[in-house]
Write a protein that binds this ligand. Structure first.
Ligand SMILES: NC(=O)CC[C@H](N)C(=O)O
Length: 228
C-alpha cells in the first residue's frame, strides 16, 4: 500500500501504528491496508474496532475526509460502522485468491467512469458482503454500490461472484460525500505493470483528483496490524 501511495502515486505518505490516537496534521486520505490484523480473531477486523487510532479515523471520515479500506480495511470499516453490513466467510468456506473483474456501479471519488470494467486481484477468506434487504435497497438507491464482481465483458453473473456477496458487491461508498470507500479486491496490488496490470491505479488517481490537490494529498496508512 505504501509503495503504491508513495512510489506509484507520488503522495507524501506517513505510516502510523494502531496505537496512535490522532492522525498526522494535514492528512487528506487515510488508507487502511489489507492483511490479518489481530490475527482475524473473533472476525476479520473485529478487534481493530477498539484500536486507539479508530476514533480519529471515524472523526476524519465523518467530517468528509477520505478513507480507503482495502480488504481487511473494508472489514474494519464495517466493524466500526463507517460502512453498513458485514463481510462474512466466503460461501465456499475456502480462501479465495486470484484475479477478478469488477464493474463500476456508481460514480464517486474513487470510481470516475460508470460501467468501466477493472481487473484486480483478490485474497480473502471473509469477503462475502452481506446486508439486510433494506440496506441493500438503500445502497442501490443512493448510488453507493461502487463495484460489482462481473465477467470480463461486464456481465454481472453468479459465476463471476468469488465469495457469494449479496448483489455481487465488491466495493461500497459511505460517509457524507462518498468519501469512504471499502473494497475487497486489492487495487494496490495491481497498480503498476510489473504487478501484472495497472487498473488498480484508477481509484488512487481518481481520489487524488477528487481531493483537488493532485500530488499534494497527504496520505496516512495506519498499520492496523500488530507487529509479530
Ligand atoms: N487480504 C486481506 O486483507 C485478507 C483479509 C482477511 N484476513 C480475510 O482473510 O478475509
Amino acid at each position: 500500500m505504501v509503495r503504491t501511495l508513495r512510489g506509484v502515486c507520488g503522495l507524501s505518505t506517513t505510516v502510523i501504528r494502531h496505537t496512535e490516537t490522532e492522525l498526522p496534521a494535514g492528512t487528506d486520505l487515510v488508507a487502511i491496508p489489507g492483511g490479518f490484523c489481530y490475527g482475524d480473531y473473533l472476525r476479520a477486523g473485529a478487534i481493530a474496532k477498539v484500536a486507539p487510532i479508530i476514533g480519529a479515523i471515524v472523526r476524519h471520515a465523518n467530517r468528509g475526509g477520505y478513507v480507503l479500506g482495502v480488504c481487511n480495511g473494508f472489514q474494519i470499516l464495517t466493524e466500526v460502522g463507517l460502512l453498513p453490513g458485514a463481510l462474512t466467510r466466503n460461501k465456499s468456506m475456502q480462501f479465495a485468491c486470484g484475479d477478478v473483474y469488477v464493474k463500476v456501479g456508481a460514480v464517486g471519488p474513487y470510481t470516475p467512469q460508470v460501467d468501466a470494467v477493472w481487473r484486480l486481484p483478490i485474497a480473502h477468506g471473509e469477503g462475502r458482503y452481506q446486508a439486510t434487504p433494506a440496506v441493500l435497497a438503500e445502497l442501490e438507491q443512493s448510488g453507493r454500490i461502487a463495484l460489482q464482481y462481473c465477467e470480463k465483458d461486464g456481465a454481472i453473473t453468479e459465476a463471476s461472484n468469488p465469495n457469494g456477496a449479496d448483489k455481487n458487491i465488491a466495493a461500497l461508498y459511505g460517509g457524507p460525500r462518498k468519501n469512504v470507500f471499502g473494497i475487497m479486491p486489492h487495487p494496490e496490488r495491481m497498480s503498476e505493470a510489473i504487478l501484472g496490470g495497472i487498473d488498480g491505479r484508477i481509484p488512487f488517481d481518481a481520489v487524488i483528483v477528487a481531493g483537488g490537490a493532485a500530488g499534494g494529498v497527504h496520505a496516512t496508512a495506519p498499520a492496523a496490524h500488530t507487529v509479530g
